[in-house]
Design a protein around this ligand. Structure first.
Ligand code: JD8
Length: 232
């Protein structure tokens, strides 16, 4: 999968050189490139923002640099999904991550200031498959953190990136949508706290039953909105 990111802080994405995504890049499973939006400005100050029409606080990102940047990145015509990060977007979910993990190419548009001139999204939607996505119902200072989280959530679902695909099945929000069961490792006793006896029994069927019960109890307590409908 090829991932292009447009941002005024390309160095922000250097963290993608490490860990799982970093290894996936080395193995060629993922190809991630961050582009500096200012490379598509033509004035001495490399200006990417201007005052908002209709007044109001803050600055808005100018359409021209974004238009040129997306023209350049959409030129390969390999039908990428273009993802605009915005608090006004569709909430990102594991389901959307799974959908996007099936794409050959993604282009992430990360704004700053008060946001990007809306005509950029409108124009892009006339030339590509565009989605406006939000990381969650809280306000960030820009789209970079959101894009980073989405790149990790999507990248780890690309076949071959996670060593043991079975481990994906038992995760929260996967499979049956329940929250995951609590995990334990050595030592058996830590600061007076014991590992649940059942996990030491070696009785796999009982262990699986216990984990299922833990997932249901935890979901009921923490995320009742995720509980399956009766009869599901
Ligand atoms: C893109 C500019 C900052 C947002 C004025 C603060 C996503 N879940 C999310 N929360 N916030 C964002 C996000 C914030 C952004 C931009 C995404 C571009 N800002 C703006 C509006 C209020 N400032 C996000 N995904």
């Amino acid at each position: 999968m090829r991932i292009d990111v447009v941002t005024i802080f390309p160095e922000f994405f250097s963290v993608l050189d490490v860990s799982l995504i970093g290894r996936a890049r080395e193995s060629g499973l993922l190809d991630v490139a961050a582009h500096d939006l200012r490379d598509w400005t033509h004035d001495r100050h490399r200006t990417v923002d201007d005052t908002p029409y209709g007044g109001g606080a803050g600055m808005v990102m100018r359409p021209e640099p974004w238009g040129e940047a997306l023209d350049a990145l959409l030129a390969p015509d390999d039908d990428p999904a273009v993802l605009f990060m915005t608090p006004a977007g569709t909430p990102f979910t594991q389901g959307i991550a799974r959908e996007l993990a099936g794409e050959r190419r993604l282009v992430f548009a990360c704004g700053r200031y008060e946001g990007i001139d809306q005509r950029v999204i409108e124009h892009a939607a006339g030339h590509a498959r565009v989605r406006e996505l939000s990381l969650g119902d809280y306000v960030l200072n820009g789209g970079e953190v959101a894009a980073m989280a989405m790149i990790e959530a999507i990248g780890r679902l690309v076949p071959g990136v996670v060593g043991n695909p079975a481990s994906l099945e038992v995760e929260s929000h996967e499979g049956d949508g329940l929250l995951e069961a609590p995990s334990y490792t050595k030592p058996q006793t830590w600061r007076g706290l014991e590992v649940p006896e059942i996990l030491l029994s070696g009785h796999h069927a009982r262990i699986e039953a216990w984990r299922r019960e833990q997932r249901l109890e935890r979901t009921r307590r923490v995320r009742p909105d995720l509980m399956p409908e009766p009869g599901d």
